[in-house]
Design a protein around this ligand. Structure first.
Ligand code: GAP
Length: 490
């Protein structure tokens, strides 16, 4: 069984079969931005749907939200992004290429995929780069002093120059959830413990973006903020760690490619009490364990920060709606009963809940599902390439073919296609030899193909061919819907 071993193989498969294209390719491309093609958009939608179903639709204790990408600038001051969300970079004096210090410091190929590290940790790692070679031109130790490189994209809002203000493209979806915490409390019947979930685009002006859709400047996140009573946070963190690991495994990721890795204390973000990454063994270099999702215990940090932010609004208005030079207001002494607190009826008291945050990347998990599903095998002297997607993720569930384009077979095949397409994503194809059509669907990851042949006219049965085993069985047309529902549990 061959396996994709190089990133280039994935990129080429994605391009060839219409999963993922470079953005703006006709103009030479835009670095680190990608477009999903006809099969890719179905796959990515299915990843989103699977997450939403597992996190929101099948749980009574989670509600959904869809917030705007542009938010009040004070949101990002309060969250810490305006001041803290930066990578420490150095510039090579010979070739002017900027590189993240934490990527240079370890000198390992794997390091270039690591997530952002705190500025002070990066600074500590930068102490001696005199023997370090520039990854672009190879010149040793000829770097500028380390400097912070801000990761948020900035733009201006407002038509008139004099009253326009700086706003940011959100770098995470989480803050929209915290900013709506009070709205959700006021309009629903949620009681702690409960969660608010959101899927949406986020933007980061990443320094290192080499690995296809693994790290891009525009990407999609799926985040859950699960609010709990302080003191119950550690147990909930363990629960979500297991639930999220199971989600990937249940959708077919092989257990040998999946692991949990807890952050060491010096790796933790400033707001986190604990964090565990779900990692996938991506085929970069010699095979790297890389983060798919982080599950953090964010404590009561965010809601408390936003209470401070709410107390800063007047100061910001007086400063001409400019964040430069203003500090967040101090925390109120009675912050535990502030506007973002929760009244616990059973305890008869107010407090700021703790938050457990499973934060996943939709594009990054789509890449992992693609890589993990890819397989090659030899069949009668030919290489068969296939994507062994879980049926919930497969872009097309059922392909329908007439064996030949005559004897009423196309009409019969169309009728079968029309009856099934209301229930599953189907694909109709009548061109070329049927063996070739099977192979094309194998490569698209379609779990089932139906062929209408000469026998269909006599006994109303069709051939159903299964992707993974290539086994063929005959099923009557009237049983097809039930057959696929049973086999795919959809
Ligand atoms: N709210 C917490 C948060 O944003 P993060 O570890 O920075 O945490 C969570 O991001 C997830 O979002 C990552 O595990 C990854 O799957 C995805 N992600 C982050 N940056 C990304 C990027 N530049 N490109 C693609 N996915 C990214």
């Amino acid at each position: 069984m061959a396996k994709i071993t190089k990133l280039e193989d994935i990129v080429s498969l994605c391009k060839r079969r219409g999963f993922i294209f470079q953005s703006s390719e006709i103009y030479g491309g835009l670095a680190s931005c990608y477009d999903y093609g006809p099969l890719g958009v179905e796959l990515k939608n299915n990843v989103r749907k699977a997450w939403w179903k597992s996190i929101v639709q099948t749980r009574e204790d989670v509600v959904g939200l869809d917030c705007s990408i542009l938010m009040h600038p004070l949101v990002w001051k309060s969250s810490g992004h305006v001041d803290e969300f930066a990578d420490l970079v150095v510039e090579c004096r010979a070739c002017n290429t900027r590189t993240r210090v934490d990527h240079l410091a370890t000198g390992e190929a794997a390091a270039e995929h690591t997530e952002h590290v705190a500025l002070d940790a990066a600074a500590a790692a930068a102490r001696d780069l005199s023997e370090t070679a520039c990854p672009n031109c190879g010149r040793k130790g000829d770097f500028t002093e380390p400097m912070p490189f801000k990761l948020m994209f900035e733009t201006r809002m407002g038509a008139n120059v004099e009253d326009s203000m700086v706003v940011y493209l959100r770098p995470e979806t989480a803050q929209g959830i915290f900013a709506n915490f009070a709205n959700v409390l006021a309009t629903t019947r949620v009681k702690i413990p409960f969660g608010i979930a959101q899927i949406g685009k986020s933007f980061r002006n990443e320094v290192t973006t080499k690995a296809f859709i693994f790290r891009t400047r525009e990407f999609e996140q799926a985040e859950l903020e699960f609010f709990v009573k302080p003191g119950t946070d550690e147990a909930w963190w363990r629960t979500w760690k297991q639930l999220r690991y199971n989600w990937y495994a249940d959708l077919g990721i092989k257990k040998e490619n999946l692991r949990l890795r807890e952050h060491a204390d010096d790796e933790l973000a400033h707001y986190a009490k604990a964090c565990v990454d779900i990692e996938y063994k991506f085929p970069f270099g010699s095979g790297d364990w890389q983060e798919l999702e982080g599950i953090a215990n964010r404590t009561d940090y965010d809601l408390r920060q936003h209470q401070r932010g709410m107390r800063t609004v007047n100061r910001w208005i007086e400063n001409d709606r400019d964040l430069a030079g203003i500090e967040l207001a101090s925390e109120a002494e009675d912050y535990e009963s502030g506007p973002l607190s929760y009244f616990d009826e059973s305890e008869k008291k107010r407090y700021i809940p703790y938050v457990i945050e499973p934060s996943a990347g939709i594009d990054r998990s789509t890449l992992a599902f693609l890589v993990d599903a890819y397989d090659e095998e030899q069949v009668r002297g030919e290489t068969r390439n296939l994507l062994r997607f879980h049926p919930d993720l497969a872009p097309v569930k059922v392909a329908v073919f007439p064996l030949v384009r005559k004897d009423g077979m196309p009409e019969k095949a169309r009728a079968v296609y029309d009856s099934l397409k209301r229930h599953f994503t189907c694909f109709y194809d009548e061109k070329g030899a049927v063996g070739r059509r099977y192979r094309r669907q194998d490569e698209a990851g379609t779990p089932f193909c139906i062929t209408i042949d000469g026998q269909t006219d006599r006994d109303d049965t069709v051939t159903v061919r299964e992707r993974d085993s290539m086994e063929q069985v005959r099923v009557t047309t009237e049983r097809l819907l039930e057959y696929f529902r049973d086999r795919m549990e959809v």
